[in-house]
Design a binder for this molecule. Structure first.
Ligand SMILES: Nc1ncnc2c1ncn2[C@@H]1O[C@H](COP(=O)(O)OP(=O)(O)OP(=O)(O)O)[C@@H](O)[C@H]1O
Length: 232
């Protein structure tokens, strides 16, 4: 198992948000994390990268217990987090935004590796442009590329298709599949769009009220489950 969460509990102040989450991700998986607004999906990703403190339970990554390891060290272990809203630095160039990702990982690149531009050819044409001037879809691609710069084993993506036009969503889906296939990088993707999740991922986890309540192969993600846990 590459990543295993056991009985993970997280609170904001006195308010518990995750109640004993269990989740197991194998090396090479593409897993989607589904659930209605506010059930704790973002909190779960933030706990894995160390931005939310775990009150009880354990997070084991690549055979190491990382529950109390600080965020910067988790990046060195090979965990990359691409937050919702992408968090591109608007006044920095595309190149400088990419370089920000370099320092996070264990292996430090001295220049942007060519493969980044093979996955995202668009970035090469816009290297000197300010990040804030890119379209939403381009910023998302930049955020994923920046996440790759730390040479991760796993990437945690929070709603990578949110607010992005359908043609770019398709492109992002294909690129994520290539990153998984060609680099063997495991992906956990928080997603609202069930169709996108079904096409991208082989496995699903559904959350409800701070816990994982269903999981399995996306081929078995039934309309009943969608209705019960995801329909608004
Ligand atoms: N910084 C915070 N302080 C207090 N409560 C918070 C904070 N961040 C989130 N919450 C609460 O924790 C719960 C889980 O939020 P979280 O963002 O993890 O859910 P989510 O499933 O990712 O939702 P969404 O799809 O809206 O992003 C919600 O009730 C939310 O209001």
């Amino acid at each position: 198992m590459l990543l295993e969460l056991t009985d993970v509990t997280v609170s904001y102040g006195q308010t518990p948000v995750l109640f004993g989450v269990n989740m197991a991700i194998e090396q090479g998986d593409i897993a989607c994390l589904l659930g209605r607004n506010g059930v704790g999906k973002t909190t779960l990703l933030r706990s894995v990268i160390g931005l939310n403190k775990v009150m009880s339970g354990n997070i084991v990554f690549d055979a190491d217990n990382i529950t109390k390891v600080p965020t910067f060290k988790r990046a060195r272990y090979g965990i990359s987090y691409i937050p919702q809203g992408r968090e591109i630095i608007p006044y920095l160039s595309v190149l400088d935004n990419l370089k920000l990702g370099m320092s996070a990982g264990q292996k430090k690149y001295r220049k942007i590796p060519d493969e980044i531009f093979e996955f995202f050819p668009m970035l090469k044409q816009h290297l000197t442009r300010q990040g804030g001037l890119l379209s939403g879809g381009q910023q998302q691609q930049l955020a994923i590329a920046r996440g790759l710069m730390s040479n991760p084993k796993i990437m945690l993506l929070d709603e990578p298709t949110e607010g992005i036009q359908p043609s770019i969503v398709q492109e992002i889906e294909e690129t994520l599949k290539r990153i998984n296939r060609e680099k063997g990088i495991t992906l956990i993707v928080v997603e609202q769009k069930v169709d996108f999740a079904r096409q991208l991922a082989q496995k699903f986890f559904i959350m409800e009220k701070g816990a994982v309540v269903a999981n399995g192969a996306t081929a078995d993600l039934s309309d009943d489950l969608v209705h019960q846990y995801l329909a608004i």
